[in-house]
Design a protein around this ligand. Sequence first.
Ligand code: ZN
Length: 219
Amino acid sequence: MGRILSPGKFELWTGCMFSNKTIKMLARKAQINYSVYNSLLIGSGRDTRYAENESEINLLKSHPGSTLTYKEKIIRISDELPEKIIEYINEAKNKKIHAVFIDELQFFSGKTETSIGIVRVIEKLLKEMDMHVFGNGLNLDYRQNYFGQMKYLIDMADEVHYEYATCELCRNMEARYGFRKKPLEELVVAGGKDLYGVACGKCYEKYTYEGVLKKQNNS
Ligand SMILES: [Zn+2]
């Protein structure tokens, strides 16, 4: 019989937008909620996309129109200071935390002058605090470059679940690339279906602005 938690294990769900990474992670959290273990759900301070008002900022909600819906209490931590995750757990000393779930890992910073970075934070949670860490994040940005620290986090994970979405252009179920529907100057803009679409490899190359441009540059 497998154990529900393994201290020191890092499990990661990754893939493009709309691939249900978050809900798959939350399904694991639901199992733990019914066990003797305590867990926390942490998210980026940047990602308040689906909050309809101030009181909903501390909720993690599914996107409007999603067929799978959820609403979970979430602790929002500044992207630039991921060590606040450790501080938060240390402050909650009266309650032993066994597992941490981190949503949208791609938003958290790497090492900077003022921060040890998300990779080191997860290492500490695993090795020094004996946690089972679960996380999810977009592997690639819309130009197919690794998003934030995801490359290192994927390398580091003990178990990686790659998730796929339905291609918006041909409807096959192998979409793994995001693309932008409108040109924008900033690289990181959190948005929903109005701003981003997902495509399979063939459609990305054939029909999206970045895909066509990439092909031209490579030939
Ligand atoms: Zn397609």
